[in-house]
Design a protein around this ligand. Structure first.
Ligand code: NAD
Ligand code: DAU
Length: 359
């Protein structure tokens, strides 16, 4: 039986992955370590399948003593590292916590597994794996018409968030090269779907539109992201864990790259259809152009031919089907939505990020 430590499993992608993994893999025990920052919530983890195979620990990945204890107590053989500060706008307004969690936290985990796995098992470290969840943002921004990012694209991170993720990727790679740590890294594009905290584009627009608030579009709205439904990301991570050799990195993406404006227009159309009695129809009238994000990356696109060819993974959801499911989920989960809306720190963030943005 595999004993898996998942970090950041109370956040958006982590909680989707915990739910997915417990549902599809009978032969494992999952230990979920999460500090429950503003972005993490136990409500994301209600009604998990097979709860007897699951333990939750509230704690920080920078806490070395705690990590050492968990590795030993559960005899962990696999770490899947999601925990991070993940929002670019927050990294612009306050980068320090990004350095702390994304760089120092990753370093703490790496040191702990190095001593536990390599120290304990000498050179036979084949049966363990450190899987690091990273982002396409480490590659920087693409000019219009430039080829999509491949695994060979040089790193050129532009925001403090992206730089902190790039640093953590480099640390992971160096532990493989120097100490023989069996690692894998996946660099994924923009995820969307259930349980995403409504600071990110898609859930923010859905929540604002539902109550007739402006839909703030940064700059000209022509920035391009590569969108992937979160369940497809979960399948890709499991595929890499099960089938990849250690020491490999894979790009993951959705193979669709609409402009932000198109995303928001599509969300408005879906809401118009699903909420025929809304006083805010047509929701597109709520769209408002606001001051751009400083240093805003213009375009991301992922070349996913390596993971397709070597491991046979490809996304199952089209953008239309994924967006429809996502909007429906937010409409169906008003309790989850209301709990966040009521949080003072959420309202504080909305004021901090949007009130001075102007048009
Ligand atoms: P999120 O912000 O929703 O969740 C992050 C989780 O990590 C939260 O539960 C939080 O409580 C926890 N956490 C933060 N600091 C911690 C610490 N010091 N110790 C323990 N737990 C801590 O993030 P997400 O969107 O789910 O992203 C998860 C991972 O995937 C991140 O590493 C992110 O860089 C990466 N990623 C995200 C996307 C995306 O589109 N969201 C795309 C590619 C890669
Ligand atoms: O590319 C992967 C990355 O995607 C992940 O590594 C990050 O963790 C994740 O947050 C996401 O980063 P982005 O900055 O691309 O996501 P965000 O949802 O914040 O913004 C998506 C696009 O929408 C971006 O071009 C900025 C724009 N935007 C965002 C918000 C919140 C707006 O126009 N208005 C907004 O209010």
């Amino acid at each position: 039986m595999h004993k898996i430590l998942i970090t950041g499993g109370a956040g958006f992608i982590g909680s989707n992955f915990v739910r997915f993994l417990l549902g599809v893999e009978p032969d494992l025990h999952v230990v979920n370590l999460d500090a429950l920052t503003y972005a993490g919530s136990l409500e994301n983890l209600e009604n998990l399948p097979n709860p007897d195979r699951y333990s939750f620990i509230k704690g920080n990945i920078c806490d070395r003593i705690l990590i050492d204890t968990l590795l030993r107590k559960y005899d962990i053989d696999t770490v899947i590292h999601f925990a991070a500060e993940s929002h670019v706008d927050r990294s612009i307004l306050g980068p320090e916590q990004f350095i702390q969690t994304n760089i120092n936290g990753t370093f703490t985990l790496l040191e702990a597994v190095r001593q536990y796995w390599i120290g304990k098992k000498g050179d036979s470290v084949k049966d363990v794996r450190f899987h690091h969840i990273s982002t396409d943002e480490v590659f920087g921004s693409l000019d219009s018409g430039a080829p999509a990012f491949s695994e060979e694209t040089p790193y050129a991170p532009n925001s403090p968030y992206a730089a902190s993720k790039a640093a953590s990727d480099h640390l992971v790679r160096s532990y493989g090269h120097t100490y023989g740590l069996p690692y894998t890294i996946t660099n994924c594009s923009n995820n969307y779907g259930p349980y995403q905290f409504p600071e990110k584009l898609i859930p923010l627009m859905i929540l604002n539109a539902m109550v007739g608030k402006p839909l703030p579009i940064y700059g000209d709205g022509q920035q391009i992201r590569d969108w992937l439904y979160v369940e497809d990301h979960c399948e890709a991570i499991l595929t890499v864990l099960q089938h990849s050799q250690p020491g490999k990195t894979y790009n993951i993406g959705g193979e669709n790259q609409p402009a932000n404006l198109t995303i928001v227009e599509t969300l408005c159309e879906i809401l118009d259809e699903l909420l025929p009695d809304s006083p805010f129809r047509p929701h597109s009238e709520l769209m408002t152009f606001v001051t751009d994000r400083p240093g805003h990356d213009r375009r991301y696109a992922m070349d996913i031919s390596k993971i397709k060819k070597e491991l046979g993974w490809q996304p199952r959801h089209s953008l239309d089907s994924g967006l429809l499911k996502t909007v429906q989920w937010y409409l169906d989960n008003s309790q989850w939505v209301d709990a966040i809306r009521k949080q003072q720190k959420y309202q504080g963030w909305i004021e901090q990020n949007y009130e001075k943005r102007g048009n």
